[in-house]
Each structure stands twice: as structure tokens, then as C-alpha cells.
Design a protein around this ligand. Structure first.
Ligand code: NAP
Length: 243
């Protein structure tokens, strides 16, 4: 039986690239999506065409009941081995005094509370303390957790700092239970999370002169969940082109 990877927000962008690479590396893949059923269904078709088992499950990771429903669907699919918490939003870019309360709440609820909910649900399904076989978790942070995203989305950077803190503590708490917990911290990557024109504007200022590709982030995620990273936990792998 192949190991099962759950990727939240796996229908587009970095999550979809990770799903495609995971099936190529021999995993079965469950993706979650919130709104875009069509793109999620396409990723599942690609997974199956590549010889893997795939499943797409709708669910808003900001909602506890949706996370519970997602993990029940995972249980029906097979034993979970790896969680990739990838769902994320920034909201409309602005200075801090102009941000809406809704954007602040969405960022905290999706980027941080969703990560909390999914980590909590994954532990009893992975931990040797709960009679399970062990596994790993990867959380998507961002270089902005240290740069701060001034003038664009400081609130987003703050939630990603929260993700960094979650992984710091959780990796130690779970280290003796067969669970590794790591971060992938991308720089600017070519996905739809950015406002139109942002990537073209910032690319010339980046050390590499270009933004990254979702596939380049997927490689880091697949390394961290693999046995090649068996002694790697509580660490951050930046995929940021020297930023
Ligand atoms: P993206 O292309 O905008 O995709 C975002 C994904 O998150 C989509 O699959 C979306 O699902 C899902 N999502 C949004 N709200 C959700 C919710 N409430 N519940 C469940 N899923 C939800 O973004 P991306 O660039 O691939 O970003 C993936 C992760 O990498 C995020 O955590 C982001 O913060 C992080 N990151 C990205 C960059 C970058 O430059 N792209 C840099 C640093 C970090 P639907 O398709 O259903 O909308």
C-alpha cells in the first residue's frame, strides 16, 4: 500500500504542484479545496492518470467542522502518513491602517487556525503514542515571516510567524512519537495568490532576478516528507532564491 499524503489547498498553485510531484514519487494523494472544485477535480484526474489514487475533498480549513469532515474522509481513504498544510490567503494588499477586519480574520482563521485544527486532527492519526505508525507534517510559511511584508500584507507575515512558532513547539512535542514537523518557507512564487502585476514588478529586485515556480517549492516539500529527511525535524527549508 502506498503512503498517503493530505495536501490542503491542493487544487491550485503550490499545493497542486506538490500533489503532482507526490504521485510521481509514489504516494497516494488527498487534496482539499475550498471553492475551486473544477481545478481540484483536474488534479485528481492527473493523479489517477499517473497511476496513483486521488481524492478531492471540499472544506474550509478555517472551520473546525470542515476540518473534522476532511479527516473523516481521509480515514475512509486509508491511513494518513503525511500532512501538508498549504492553504493560505493574503487578502488585498495595503498599508496596515487600511486593512479590513474581515481580511485580518480570514488571515488568522485560514493561515493559522486552520493549521492548528489540521495539526490537532493529524496527531492521533500519526503518533506512535496513539498506536499509529508515525509520519510527518509540513507547514507552508513564507519569507515574509522574517521580512514582515511592510506596505503589502503585514498581517499575513504575522500569521506566518505564528506558523513558525507552531512548528518550533510541535516538532519537539512530537519528536519521540515518530512524527517529524517542518516548514517550507517560499519566496515569491508564480501563483494566483499575488495581486496582478506584483510579481513582474518585484522580480528585477530579487537576488535571482526571477520569481520561483510552484514545482520548485514542491521539491522541498517532497524532500521533507521523504525518508531522506528522517533526522530532519523542527527546521525551515527556505525556497526563496537567496531572498
Ligand atoms: P494560491 O495559488 O492562491 O492557492 C491557495 C490555495 O489555498 C488554493 O488551493 C485555495 O483553495 C486554498 N485555500 C484558500 N482558502 C482556503 C480555505 N479557507 N480552506 C481551504 N483551502 C483554502 O496560493 P499559493 O501561492 O499556491 O500558496 C500556497 C501556500 O504557500 C500558502 O500557504 C501561501 O501563504 C504560501 N506561500 C506562497 C508564496 C507565493 O509567492 N506564492 C510565498 C510564500 C508562501 P481554492 O482553490 O478552493 O480556492
Amino acid at each position: 500500500m502506498k503512503d498517503i499524503v493530505l495536501i490542503t489547498g491542493g487544487g491550485r498553485g503550490i499545493g497542486a504542484a506538490t500533489a503532482r510531484l507526490a504521485v510521481a514519487r509514489g504516494y497516494d494523494v488527498i487534496i482539499n479545496y475550498k471553492s475551486n472544485a473544477e481545478t481540484a477535480a483536474k488534479v485528481v484526474t492527473e493523479i489517477e492518470a499517473a497511476g496513483g489514487r486521488g481524492l478531492a475533498v471540499q472544506g474550509d480549513m478555517a472551520k473546525e467542522e470542515d476540518v473534522e469532515r476532511l479527516f473523516k474522509a481521509v480515514d475512509g481513504f486509508g491511513p494518513l502518513k503525511h500532512l501538508v498544510y498549504n492553504s493560505g490567503v493574503t487578502g488585498k494588499n495595503s498599508r496596515f491602517e487600511a486593512v479590513s477586519t474581515q481580511t485580518l480574520r480570514d488571515n488568522v482563521d485560514i493561515n493559522l487556525m486552520g493549521a492548528f485544527f489540521c495539526a490537532r486532527a493529524a496527531i492521533p492519526r500519526l503518533s506512535t503514542k496513539h498506536g499509529k505508525a508515525g509520519g510527518s507534517m509540513v507547514f507552508l510559511s513564507s519569507v515574509q515571516s522574517r521580512l514582515g511584508a511592510p506596505g503589502e500584507y503585514v498581517w499575513y507575515a504575522a500569521t506566518k510567524s505564528g506558523v513558525d512558532g507552531l512548528v518550533s513547539g510541535l516538532s519537539k512535542e512530537l519528536a519521540g512519537e515518530g512524527i517529524r514537523v517542518n516548514i517550507v518557507s517560499p519566496g515569491p512564487i508564480d501563483t494566483e495568490i499575488h495581486e496582478p502585476g506584483r510579481l513582474a514588478r518585484i522580480a528585477p529586485q530579487l537576488p535571482t532576478g526571477r520569481v520561483g515556480k510552484p514545482e520548485e517549492v514542491a521539491e522541498a516539500i517532497l524532500f521533507l516528507i521523504s525518508d531522506a529527511a528522517s533526522y530532519t525535524s523542527g527546521t525551515t527549508l527556505s525556497v526563496s532564491g537567496a531572498r
